[in-house]
Design a protein around this ligand. Structure first.
Ligand code: AQP
Length: 356
């Protein structure tokens, strides 16, 4: 045939994993359950499958809203230490800092050629975050999803572990990959799948359980930080908003009983059981106090060891830098040839001569 050459260069069901996390604020229980815990699981699955799990601390994304440069650097180390403390292992995954791998920014520009302005305009996160900005709504905030698409597509990753709030961004990156392949060559980029956990994909604010636990919205009382002391965790969970049903009923009903259901999800995830088992374990509870005590215990059992390892890891910034630098070298080894393919397909730069 004389149609375009259709070569499927890459396994479309790739087990390669990629996810990014921002070095902003202090990481909370939502980030931990929705993302970080999933990273550790994905790392093991990728190792089993003989593929790479790649995790990136996205400092470039963090520059899209008002921020302080020295604080960004501190938070970057905090985030790296939290990830390592939670179980990411540089011998079993690639962990690096986004700004160290220029392929991300280059690819984001190239992908903008196949990204619809109208699609970016529809992004919920842009609408919410632009409403929060006091001085400037940066073009970077609008462009954020294209950089996020580039983060994943630069590695031809097949799987992206994220929380529920990233659903729309994942859909967009899939559209971008499909449009790119249709325009420049089938199989050039892998169309990735989001991997959103069944339980814990949207941990809610403890004080306003109809809103997700968030770094930028809500108060400290509403979020548990990964690094909160055990006593603080207890206090925050004890004060969590539940409901005034009389007599109190411990049941999983996110619409009718958002506060109780949120605690049940947290309890189930931290115990590594199903929500139904968490409910059953409280059959003899006298009230919501028992649910809260059980939840606080489970959270502390999960986060206690992370906090301990964190203190040790965070103290050695040179070691963190060395880990991130080694990760960036490995990341570039994967991303550079992808960028070469993308540039060649798009007609950017000189023609690549076939070697004799
Ligand atoms: N409440 C949540 N429940 C479950 N997962 C969550 N994630 C965020 N909030 C929850 C997931 O955490 C990962 C890393 O997110 P990020 O650091 O990039 O920040 P974010 O998505 O913007 O969420 P934050 O931390 O709460 O910040 P703001 O206040 O800016 O929204 C992602 O996979 C995310 O899904």
């Amino acid at each position: 045939s004389c149609g375009p050459r259709r070569v499927l260069r890459h396994n479309p069901t790739s087990m390669r994993v990629f996810s990014g996390i921002q070095p902003t604020g202090r990481k909370h229980l939502g980030n931990y359950i929705g993302a970080i815990r999933q990273y550790v699981v994905s790392q093991e699955r990728a190792v089993q499958a003989g593929d790479e799990a790649i995790f990136c601390i996205v400092d470039l994304h963090a520059t899209t809203v008002a921020y302080d440069p020295p604080v960004l650097r501190e938070r970057l180390y905090d985030t790296a230490a939290v990830l390592l403390a939670a179980g990411l292992d540089p011998d079993r995954c690639i962990l690096f800092r986004q700004g160290d791998v220029p392929e991300h920014t280059e690819l984001s520009w190239l992908l903008s050629a196949v990204t619809a302005h109208g699609d970016l305009n529809r992004m919920h996160q842009f609408k919410e975050k632009s409403a929060q900005q006091r001085e400037l709504i940066s073009a970077g905030l609008f462009f954020y999803p294209v950089l996020m698409a580039a983060d994943v597509l630069a590695y031809r990753a097949g799987e992206v572990p994220v929380g529920d709030d990233q659903r729309q961004h994942i859909e967009l990156m899939r559209d971008i990959a499909e449009r790119f392949n249709a325009r420049f060559g089938e199989g050039l980029l892998v169309v990735p799948e989001g991997r959103i956990p069944e339980v814990g994909a949207r941990i809610m604010d403890l004080q306003e359980p109809t809103r997700k636990m968030s770094t930028t919205v809500g108060t400290d009382e509403g979020r548990v930080y990964v690094l909160d002391e055990a006593k603080v965790v207890e206090k925050k969970i004890k004060r969590a908003v539940t409901d005034s049903e009389d007599p109190p009923r411990i049941a999983f009903d996110p619409e009718g009983k958002p506060g109780v259901s949120n605690l049940l999800e947290i309890l189930a995830v931290c115990r590594g059981t199903r929500v139904g088992e968490a409910v059953a374990s409280l059959a003899d509870a006298r009230g919501y106090g028992d649910l809260k005590a059980a939840t606080a215990d489970a959270v502390n059992a999960e986060l206690g060891p992370v906090r301990e390892r964190y203190a040790e890891l965070r103290a050695d910034e040179d070691a963190l830098e060395a880990t991130l630098a080694a990760g960036a070298d490995r990341a570039r080894e994967i991303a550079a040839p992808v960028l070469a393919d993308v540039r060649a397909a798009m007609g950017v730069g000189p023609a690549v001569r076939q070697r004799a």
